[in-house]
Write a protein that binds this ligand. Structure first.
Ligand code: NDP
Length: 296
């Protein structure tokens, strides 16, 4: 628990539900490590209270907040300005308060790329990427991959219309062509693209411990050797997708590294300081798994 006094700067996370978030423990550890007189707390406003909640950031002089499900889009109209990343992602996960002016930023995509380049030792320009899903995280992953040098992208999603819309938007903003495949096991063109992909990313909740496990519409030998299988899900740490990939001798990573890096980037955006990554990583591992199973 930090020493709180009259000069303590308050940060927080806005979401609902918010009580299971790992961010308070991670960010408070970062404040402690860097010696900042700051504290980070959870806020769970009701859906009708978002405008008031954002006004409260200004009125109460908070240093900034993270924003999580389901409010990443809902906060946008009430902010003074948006960064390019927030506009590209169509969502805000970090609000920065500078002398009463609120900037909406998004660190999800950059967090994903940092983890790819860091722990995964993977350069996005290495080859085509197949993204499963077409929701908010798929959008952040797609635009950030395109921005980081991936020249060939494909989406596979149950709701085809949603995937087509996202593909058109990503192409419109980044200039990178995005193919769309149906969520159909045995689909020959999907299988061909997947075989040639350097990276396969799960941006759906499939594989989460709280959801029924459904299989991906990919040939059983994929992801395979020479490919990186990245699952945004991190609970359980080894999802069925990652277990299959390991069996097939693909490289694997779960989404805890993305969570770590998006938080580290938010910390830097608020404070101007380099985030204490190893401390934050250790706290996240303890929060997520109660121990430290390998790296993040
Ligand atoms: P959204 O609700 O925005 O999108 C969900 C996507 O998953 C949609 O494309 C949806 O398809 C698809 N989907 C949902 N259920 C199924 C299913 N049973 N079978 C096939 N497809 C399904 O969610 P997000 O993009 O925000 O999050 C997706 C996952 O990523 C979540 O598990 C979330 O926790 C995780 N995540 C992890 C992060 C990290 O830092 N590691 C950051 C952000 C998210 P359709 O359009 O057909 O409904």
């Amino acid at each position: 628990m930090p020493d709180i006094n009259g000069k303590t700067v308050v940060y927080g996370i806005i979401g609902r539900p918010v009580e299971h978030s790992f961010s308070p423990a991670m960010q408070n550890a970062a404040f402690k490590e860097t010696g900042l007189n700051s504290v980070y707390v959870p806020f769970g406003p009701a859906p009708g209270q978002i405008e008031a909640a954002v006004a409260g950031i200004k009125a109460l002089g908070l240093g900034g907040v993270n924003v999580t499900v389901p409010y990443k889009e809902a906060v946008m109209p009430y902010l003074d300005e948006l960064t390019e990343e927030a506009v590209l992602c169509g969502a805000v996960n970090t609000v920065i308060n500078r002398q009463g002016r609120l900037t909406g930023h998004n660190t999800d995509g950059a967090g994903f790329i940092s983890d790819l380049r860091g722990s995964c030792d993977f350069e996005p320009s290495r080859g085509p990427a197949l993204i499963m899903g077409a929701g908010g995280s798929a959008r952040a992953v797609a635009v950030s991959l395109a921005g980081a040098g991936c020249r060939e992208l494909a989406l596979v999603n149950r709701n085809r219309e949603r995937a087509l819309k996202l593909a058109a938007e990503v192409t419109g903003t980044t200039g990178v062509a995005v193919q769309v495949f149906p969520w159909a096991p045995g689909h020959a063109e999907l299988a061909e693209f997947a075989r040639g992909a350097a990276l396969l990313v799960n941006c759906t909740p499939v594989g989460m411990s709280t959801k029924p496990n459904k299989e991906f519409p990919l040939p059983g030998e994929l992801p395979g050797q020479g490919q990186l299988a990245y699952d945004l899900v991190y609970n359980p740490p080894s999802t069925p997708f990652l277990l299959l990939a390991e069996q097939n001798r693909a490289k694997t990573a779960n989404g805890l590294g993305m969570l770590l890096h998006q938080g580290a980037l938010a910390f830097t955006a608020w404070t101007g300081l380099q985030a204490p990554l190893e401390v934050m990583r250790r706290v996240l591992l303890e929060q997520a798994y109660g121990k430290t199973p390998g790296g993040v």
